[in-house]
Design a protein around this ligand. Structure first.
Ligand code: DAH
Length: 347
């Protein structure tokens, strides 16, 4: 092979390689071109280098010099292409066209807590029975939490160890030095409503109550109650049962039954414990206690200035966590307060 032939082969390769490198549209194409021309084992430059042996001896120095020049130029062309691709990565012309009509990525949205869902549904359901929603403060005085509810000072329910009294040095002064506590029941709202309006009354109240109970599957030191109160001329225990039966079957399902067990609450006479039925995995009928109820005690009606000879009333107080847990087959009410999204996302 003559020197001229060798040089023209080199020149052809140099142009071809430079064209291939500058035509590469992305890193993968450039790499393919690199292997083709500059590959260490079977690259085309390597193949030309092998021809060097066939050039006449006296032309070898010139051929070697040409080879080194061409090699340098090919390598420079490759480096330039590499540089072009890395700096043009975000170049609009090279990037895949952006489709503005595609829907954006969906942002993870939170959703309503199961207890809040329950509260909303219960308001709705009781609203259809004519009960309007009333609210009261979570920090209460002893009159509304106990006294007016026929719970005298000597009653064990008033034990400081059974309640969250707000206290720094023994007793915190409320208005006129009266002790305050976190309400232990929503029955307080019964008193506040009756104090504020004449009968008839038909309200529910939903909210938090506080008791120093040890947390377990059915207890929590803060929980929610739904309180109901109806006062009218001829309210009876049968009305109470009808309302609670409707409540149970509407919220828990048509096949749910309720039963009353005789009990005692200072603010009702007679008083009952309210159980609702459910079927366990084996299909057995089971009962769960949802709360208390009864006919409003005449002393309570008297305390708010109603005439017990004129009106009667019924009241009930149920645990929202228990109702919600029964509805969704949750076996431990503490789950509602753990804020584990894996749990919460199921509702
Ligand atoms: N306040 C009671 C409690 O916390 C529940 C209750 C019982 C409420 C009877 C009532 C009622 O309105 O009539 O356990």
């Amino acid at each position: 092979m003559s020197l001229e032939q060798f040089q023209s082969e080199l020149e052809a390769l140099r142009t071809e390689a430079a064209d291939a490198f500058s035509a590469a549209a992305d890193a993968a194409a450039l790499e393919t071109a690199r292997v083709e021309f500059l590959g260490a084992k079977s690259g085309r430059l390597k193949a030309v280098q092998k021809q060097l042996g066939k050039v006449p001896k006296e032309d070898k120095p010139a051929a070697g010099k040409s080879f080194n020049e061409a090699k340098g130029q090919i390598e420079a062309a490759f480096a330039a292409a590499e540089e072009r691709l890395s700096s043009s990565g975000t170049d609009q012309d090279d990037a895949a066209p952006f489709d503005l009509t595609l829907p954006g990525p969906r942002l993870p949205l939170g959703h309503v807590h199961p207890l809040t869902q329950t509260i909303e549904e219960l308001k709705d359901l009781m609203g259809r029975l004519g009960f309007t929603v009333a609210t009261g403060p979570e920090i209460e005085d002893e009159w509304h939490n106990f006294e007016a509810l026929n719970i005298p000072a000597s009653h064990p329910a008033r034990d400081p160890l059974e309640n969250f009294y707000l206290s720094t040095a023994g007793v915190v002064a409320g208005k006129e030095g009266a002790p305050l506590l976190l309400r232990s029941q929503t029955s307080t709202v019964q008193i506040r409503v009756m104090e504020s309006m004449p009968p008839p009354v038909r309200i529910i109240s939903l909210g938090r109550v506080y008791r120093p109970d040890t947390a377990d599957a059915t207890h929590y030191p803060m929980f929610q109650q739904i309180e109901g109160l109806l006062v009218d001329r001829h309210a009876t225990m049968a009305d109470l049962k009808s309302v609670l039966r409707l409540f149970a079957s509407s919220f828990l399902g048509g096949d749910v039954h309720i039963r009353f067990r005789p009990s005692f609450f200072p603010f009702t006479e007679p008083s009952v414990e309210v159980d609702m039925s459910w079927h366990d995995d084996q299909g057995n009928l089971r009962w769960i206690e949802m709360g208390g109820a009864g006919m409003v005690d005449p002393n309570v009606l008297g305390a708010v200035g109603y005439d017990p000879e004129e009106v009667t009333g019924f009241a009930f107080g149920l645990g929202v966590e228990r109702v919600c847990a029964r509805r969704h087959n949750v076996t431990d009410i503490r789950e509602f307060y753990r804020n584990d999204v894996r749990f919460l996302h199921q509702f």
